[in-house]
Ligand binder design. Structure first.
Ligand code: SF4
Length: 334
């Protein structure tokens, strides 16, 4: 069994996750209203042991960011976004509105932004400006990219630092990858030092091998391919392995064993909602990654106040932070 390296551990450490989780729980304890007090007093000590002894400070360490941008692929079996009919809408967040939210994020302890959608982040016109903002604030940006193409300007940004990439790699066979991702222009594969991979990966790797890895999504379509990737030379770079679940994205801690991908690690992380906020492309704070149900607008730089109180005032957010069961446990039985 291999221990896979991810960027997650280095960009926002286990210790930091716990520090943020405990101080948020302590802050919630001060804000919780009567109706929820009883439930809180049962669940909070189990999920966040020792929170009563730490300073009460509301802090967000990591942001999952969705930016309004289309995609140069369609991923017919996998994409959760209705990407084929994606259109820009007046309700989408503007860049100045986004910057205002990000400044708020920084002021509540933000360390790291993961750009996860709506579409392909490298196509976002203001990505360069976003990188510059992040560099100036000392915040790291992690981009999940399909790697269909990588422009010169993005490569230059990468050279400057603070920018990390997971390139989607679902098969080492360009034909299979093309079929699964269905890009509007086909992938160019290179058989480089770590074996076959999209050219975009090697373009980044040649500039800096420490800030690029692969996102491997495991589904019934690519099970063998995924196993081959994690057992080969690509294990030298960070590998983020996610199982495909029709009704939700993967969030557990995954490793591969001989026959199939399973959850093998004991879950030692606090629930993600204790340190991670999800901002969608309409500038709303969401309780989870995929469905904007219960999302609250933070346009107009109200992120700080919203984050301070939302987990004690909204049922969906409360459930996300004070969940009855652990996601990893569910995955073990999946
Ligand atoms: S690359 Fe991402 S956004 Fe684009 S189609 Fe595939 S899953 Fe959807």
């Amino acid at each position: 069994m291999r221990n896979l390296r991810t960027f997650e551990d280095s960009l926002f450490s286990h210790e930091l996750r716990w520090a943020y989780a405990l101080s948020n729980a302590a802050a919630d304890a001060k804000l919780i209203h009567d109706g929820k007090k009883e439930e809180f007093s049962v669940v909070a000590p189990r999920l966040y042991p020792g929170f009563e002894k730490v300073e009460a400070v509301s802090r967000m360490g990591v942001m999952n960011l969705m930016i309004p941008v289309g995609c140069n692929a369609t991923c017919p079996d996998i994409c959760y976004t209705d990407i084929v009919s994606w259109r820009r809408s007046p309700s989408h967040i503007t860049f100045p509105e986004l910057l205002s939210i990000l400044n708020d994020f920084q002021s509540i302890g933000g360390k790291w932004i993961r750009i996860v959608g709506d579409g392909e982040p490298v196509l976002y016109k203001q990505l360069g400006q976003l990188c510059q903002w992040a560099r100036e604030c000392g915040i790291n940006l992690l981009v999940f990219s399909n790697g269909v193409s990588m422009s010169r300007s993005i490569l230059r940004e990468y050279e400057r630092g603070n920018l990390y990439f997971y390139i989607k790699l679902w098969s080492e066979n360009a034909e299979v990858q093309n079929k699964m991702i269905a890009p509007r222009t086909p992938y160019h594969y290179i058989d480089g030092k770590l074996g076959p991979a999209p050219r975009a990966f090697y373009e980044l790797y040649d500039i800096n091998a420490e800030r690029v890895g692969f996102e491997i999504l495991v589904s019934s379509i690519n099970l063998e391919d995924a196993r081959q990737i994690v057992n080969g030379p690509k294990v030298e770079v960070p590998l983020f392995v996610e199982p495909f679940i029709a009704e939700g994205s993967g969030k557990g801690h995954y490793e591969f064993i001989a026959k199939s991908p399973v959850v093998t690690k004991q879950c030692e992380q606090p629930p993600r909602a204790s340190y991670l906020g999800v901002i969608n492309s309409r500038g709303e704070l969401q309780p989870g990654t995929l469905v904007p149900e219960g999302a609250v607008s933070v346009k107009g730089s109200k992120l700080k106040e919203t984050w301070n109180s939302i987990f004690t005032s909204s049922e969906l957010f409360f459930k996300a932070r004070y969940s009855a069961g652990c996601f990893c446990e569910t995955m073990r039985n999946y």
